[in-house]
Design a binder for this molecule. Structure first.
Ligand code: NAD
Length: 496
C-alpha cells in the first residue's frame, strides 16, 4: 500500500469515456523502479466503481462503433502504427523504468506490439465470413461475424506494452469496445500508450484504461456488460480468471505460466546452441514466458555444451537497463528476487551443482533487485525445481542418454508453452516437432515467439481456453458467428 515517503509521487488517472479521470480508490500501491527502488508513481488498488464506469462507457460506445465500417475503424490503427513508430524510444524508456528490462529489449517488445497493429489493419479481409448459394433449391446460407460488445484484457508485468497489443487492435478493429487492466506493477507504459491513443480521437468509450489489482480483475469478471475476458499471467490466477469468467457466462482465453525446455543433440551447432540458449534463459532476466528454463543435453552434447554455456553466461553484464552495455536488468520485485534465490538454494539441496551462482555476483545493486545469471548443473528429474516455474535468470542443466529420454523428460512438465531443439538432423527435428507436447516449438530457435499473424499458442497449464491471442485466433475470439439461411421464392419477384 502507499507509503508515507511516496506521498509526493503522482497518483495515476484512468482513461474512461475519452477523458482522464481520478480513481475512486481508497488505497494506492507504489510503482517502483526495480533497478533503483525509486517510487515512480502510485496506482489505484481497489476501486470496483472505476471498472463499472469504464464498462458503462464502453457499453454506451458499442452500438455506434459496431456500425462504423471496418474500413473506417482501421484508419485509427494505421495512425496508431505511425505514432508507435515515432514514439518507440520514448515508450521504451517507460518500459525500462518500471519493468527493468534493457532499452534494447523494450524496443523489441514495442516492435512486437506494432506487428499486431499491422495485422489488425487487415480486419476488412480477416473478419469476412463465407456463404453458399443453393444449400437446398432456392435457399442460400451465409456465416457472418459480428463483434461481441464490451471486451476486457488483464495483462502481466513482464511485457507492459506488447501483451496489451495482443488484444487491443483486434478487439476494436472487429467492432468491440475495449477495457485494459494492466499489471499494477507496470501501469506507466500503458498510461503512456493511452495518452497516445487519446491523440487519435477515438469516439469516447471505445478504448478505456482502468488500473488496479485483484479487486479490479474480479470486478471485470463479474461485470454484466463485459462479454469477453483475455488474460495473461501466472497459472493460478489464469485458473481463477478462467473459472470465474466462465461462471459469469463470459467468453474467456487465459495464458498461464511456463517451464520451457531446450534439447541439445550432439550434432547441433554448439556455438549457435549455447549463444541462443543463454539469450533465451537470461534475456529479460528470465522473466519471459518463452524463456528457456531447462536445457537437456543428449549424450556427448554435454561435454561441448556445458563449458561453452558457462563462458556465454560469464559474458552477460547485469545492471540498470537504461545503461549502455548492460545485457540483463533486475527482476521485478524484492519478493521475486527472494523467491528465485530460494529456488537456487532448493536446487542445491536437491542435488544440483551451482555451476554459476547469480546470488553472489558483483552487481552495483543499491536498492535494485539484481541477481546474476545462475546455472544449476545436473538437476535431478524428480526434484521440485525441475517442474516449477522459476521466472528468473536461472537455467537448469539436465543430461540425458538419447532424444527419447529427453522428450520424455519435457513431456512430464505440467506446462506446455514452448519446447526447442538444437540439431542439424531433419529426422530428429521432425520427430521432435511431432512429439513434443507444447504449443510453440523452436527448431534451432531459443524464443519461439509466434509472429502476430500466428496464434500465440500454449498447452497444458500454460493455456486455458480454445482460441489463442493474435492473428486469426484473435479475430475468432472477438467475434460471434451468425449463420443466416434465406429463402426468396421466385414467385415473389416482380418483373424488372
Ligand atoms: P500475475 O498472475 O501475478 O498477474 C497477472 C494479472 O493478474 C495482473 O494484471 C494482476 O493484477 C492480476 N492478478 C494478480 N493476482 C490476482 C488475483 N489473485 N486475482 C485476480 N487477479 C490477479 O502474473 P505476473 O507476475 O504479472 O506475470 C508473470 C506470469 O505471467 C508468469 O507466470 C508468466 O509465465 C506469465 N506469462 C505468460 C504468458 C503466456 O503467454 N503464457 C506471457 C507472459 C507472462
Amino acid at each position: 500500500m502507499s507509503s508515507p515517503n511516496s506521498s509526493c509521487s503522482p497518483q495515476l488517472s484512468l482513461y474512461i469515456n475519452g477523458r482522464w479521470v481520478r480513481s475512486q480508490a481508497s488505497e494506492f500501491l507504489n510503482v517502483v523502479n526495480p533497478a533503483t527502488g525509486e517510487v515512480l508513481a502510485q496506482v489505484p488498488a481497489d476501486a470496483p466503481q472505476d471498472v463499472d464506469a469504464a464498462a458503462r462507457a464502453a457499453a454506451a460506445a458499442f452500438p455506434e462503433w459496431r456500425r462504423t465500417p471496418p474500413e473506417e475503424r482501421i484508419q485509427y490503427l494505421f495512425k496508431l502504427k505511425q505514432l508507435l513508430e515515432e514514439r518507440l524510444d520514448e515508450i521504451a524508456r517507460f518500459i525500462t523504468l518500471e519493468n527493468g528490462k534493457t532499452l534494447a529489449e523494450s524496443r523489441g517488445e514495442i516492435r512486437r506490439a506494432i506487428e499486431n497493429v499491422e495485422v489488425a489493419c487487415g480486419i476488412p479481409t480477416l473478419m469476412q465470413g463465407y456463404n453458399l448459394e443453393d444449400v437446398a433449391r432456392g435457399l442460400d446460407e451465409m456465416m457472418i461475424r459480428q463483434p461481441l460488445g464490451v471486451v476486457a484484457a488483464i495483462t502481466p508485468f513482464n511485457f507492459p506494452v506488447m501483451i496489451p497489443f495482443w488484444f487491443l487492435p483486434y478487439a476494436i478493429a472487429c467492432g468491440n469496445t475495449f477495457i485494459l487492466k494492466p499489471s499494477e506493477k507496470v501501469p506507466l507504459s500503458a498510461q503512456r500508450v493511452f495518452e497516445l491513443l487519446e491523440t487519435l480521437h477515438f469516439p469516447p468509450g471505445v478504448v478505456n484504461l482502468v488500473q488496479g489489482a485483484k479487486t479490479a480483475v474480479d470486478s471485470l469478471l463479474g461485470h454484466p456488460v463485459v462479454q469477453a475476458i483475455s488474460f495473461v499471467g501466472s497459472t493460478p490466477v489464469a485458473q481463477h480468471v478462467y473459472a470465474q469468467a466462465a461462471a459469469h457466462g463470459k467468453r474467456v482465453q487465459c495464458q498461464g505460466g511456463a517451464k520451457n525446455h531446450v534439447i541439445v543433440l550432439p550434432d547441433a551447432d554448439m556455438e549457435m546452441a549455447t549463444r541462443i540458449t543463454a539469450e533465451s534463459a537470461f534475456g529479460c532476466a528470465g522473466q519471459r514466458c518463452l524463456a528457456v528454463s531447462v536445457a537437456l543435453t543428449v549424450g556427448e552434447a554435454k561435454s561441448s555444451f556445458q563449458p561453452r554455456l558457462v563462458d556465454a553466461i560469464h559474458s552477460i553484464r547485469a545492471g540498470n537497463g537504461l545503461d549502455k552495455g548492460v545485457h540483463m536488468g533486475p527482476v521485478i520485485t524484492p519478493e521475486s528476487k527472494a523467491r528465485i534465490e530460494g529456488w537456487i538454494a532448493q536446487g542445491a539441496r536437491e542435488g544440483a551443482a551451482v555451476a554459476v551462482d547469480g546470488r553472489h555476483s558483483n552487481i552495483p545493486s543499491g536498492r535494485g533487485n539484481f541477481l546474476g545469471p545462475t546455472l544449476l548443473d545436473g538437476v535431478p528429474a524428480a526434484s521440485a525445481l525441475s517442474s516449477a516455474e522459476i521466472f528468473g535468470p536461472v537455467l537448469s542443466l539436465v543430461h540425458t542418454r538419447d532424444l527419447e529420454e529427453a522428450i520424455e523428460f519435457l513431456s512430464r512438465s505440467p506446462y506446455g508453452n514452448q519446447a526447442s531443439l538444437f540439431t542439424t538432423s531433419g529426422a530428429a527435428a521432425r520427430k521432435f516437432r511431432y512429439e513434443a507436447p507444447a504449443g510453440n516449438i523452436g527448431i534451432n530457435i531459443g524464443v519461439a515467439a509466434p509472429m502476430a499473424y500466428f496464434p500465440f499458442s500454449g498447452w497444458k497449464n500454460s493455456f486455458f481456453g480454445t482460441l489463442h491471442a493474435q492473428g486469426r485466433d484473435a479475430v475468432e475470439f472477438y467475434t460471434a458467428q451468425k449463420v443466416v439461411i434465406e429463402r426468396w421464392p421466385k414467385e415473389w419477384s416482380r418483373k424488372f
